[in-house]
Design a binder for this molecule. Structure first.
Ligand code: MRU
Length: 337
């Protein structure tokens, strides 16, 4: 069995000492291209344009952007606040972005300089990786040898500080020799499954089968899936799960076909201040992302899966079975411990 700290090889960002470099996920898998961001507005553009994406990864990128803002603006609190606002608005749905910015703002409020801010951004990234390592084990413990898994979007190293959330569980199941099959939805419109998840898994030697999104229910009906395993961009106080568009349809089909649904997300994705998923602003992106030149479309990029359809929620703090029955009490936002 390989050591569990060598389970993944890819990183979504790197700190160069004076800039944040983002692996341009729009160009993958065809080209490995790094985009150098020297100020916070450049990072905000990278988040908005999905150079970097995935709930934890955008929070971490924003944290490093605050370091860039402090370096550029010094004691000019107004300019730093403007950069923070730009970052916060870059993508509205994933709660990790605001969570990371609030943490950085707390450090700023103490009057700390760029060096202390850098330490905080690095801590946010390190804690995310630690949380993923813990969740990978907790989630895999709920599986069984010979397990067959269906996943959506990209929840791997590219979406986090490393290893991934749902993909971390899948990697750990593979490490244990338990993974019989993994199916990845292509995940229209940006094809994070087809482009990113397949790329990551192939680099790790995990054979995955791609399906078009509309094949998911038929795949489940054919008896070839035991678990749907997804990440989350936000989990509201009642346990509703906001995640990539199509997650709700997977959970519905799973429910009908006796397939179980696992949601894997760090506690920084919990949103105890929002009662239910119906209150969350779902990001709608331009029609051109569905098809070039298209002028009219409805393009929500996330949806809400009601907690009643979720069999378990895994955070670094534990695995909650039947969260609709047990509630989320006991789980709180914050760092891995
Ligand atoms: O639009 P994206 O690619 O940022 O969406 C990402 C997802 O929906 C992921 O499933 C979610 O962020 C969890 S990833 C750790």
């Amino acid at each position: 069995m390989p050591a569990d700290d060598t389970l993944d090889r890819v990183r979504a960002f790197r700190w160069s000492g004076d800039a944040l470099e983002l692996l341009d996920q729009r160009a993958l898998p065809g080209r490995v291209r790094w985009l150098r961001c020297e100020d916070a507005p450049a990072v905000a553009r990278g988040i908005r344009d999905m150079v970097v994406r995935g709930a934890p990864a955008i929070g971490i990128a924003a944290a490093f952007a605050v370091v860039l803002a402090a370096r550029r603006h010094g004691n000019d609190a107004g300019s730093i606040a403007a950069d923070l606002a730009l970052l916060r608005e870059a993508r509205p749905t994933a709660v990790n972005l605001g969570w990371a910015l609030d943490r950085m703002r707390g450090v700023l409020a103490t009057g700390a300089g760029a060096q202390r801010l850098l330490a905080e951004a690095e801590a946010i990234a390190a804690e995310d990786l630690a949380a993923n390592r813990r969740m990978a084990k907790l989630g895999a413990d709920a599986l069984q040898p010979g397990v067959r898994v269906l996943t959506i979007c990209n929840t791997g190293s590219l979406a986090t500080a490393g290893l991934g959330t749902a993909l971390g569980v899948i990697r750990e199941a593979h490490r244990r020799g338990w993974l019989e099959a993994v199916y990845a939805c292509e995940t229209r419109p940006a094809n994070q499954g087809a482009r990113l998840t397949l790329w990551e898994l192939s680099r790790d030697g995990i054979p995955a089968s791609l399906i078009v999104d509309s094949a998911a229910a038929a795949l489940m009906a054919s008896g070839r899936v035991d678990w749907v395993i997804t990440g989350a961009d936000r989990i509201t106080a009642n346990g509703d799960v906001i995640n990539k568009i199509g997650t709700y349809a997977l959970a519905l089909a799973a429910h009908v076909h006796g397939v179980r649904t696992m949601v894997v997300a760090p506690s920084s994705s919990l949103d105890p201040d929002t009662a239910t998923g119906s209150q969350v602003v779902i990001e709608e992106r331009p029609p051109g992302e569905i098809q070039a030149g298209l002028e009219r479309a409805w393009n929500p990029v996330f949806d809400c899966t009601p907690v009643a359809l979720v069999d378990c929620i895994v955070t670094e703090r534990g695995c909650l079975v039947e969260p609709a029955r047990t509630g989320l009490a006991g789980l709180s936002r914050g760092a891995a411990n």
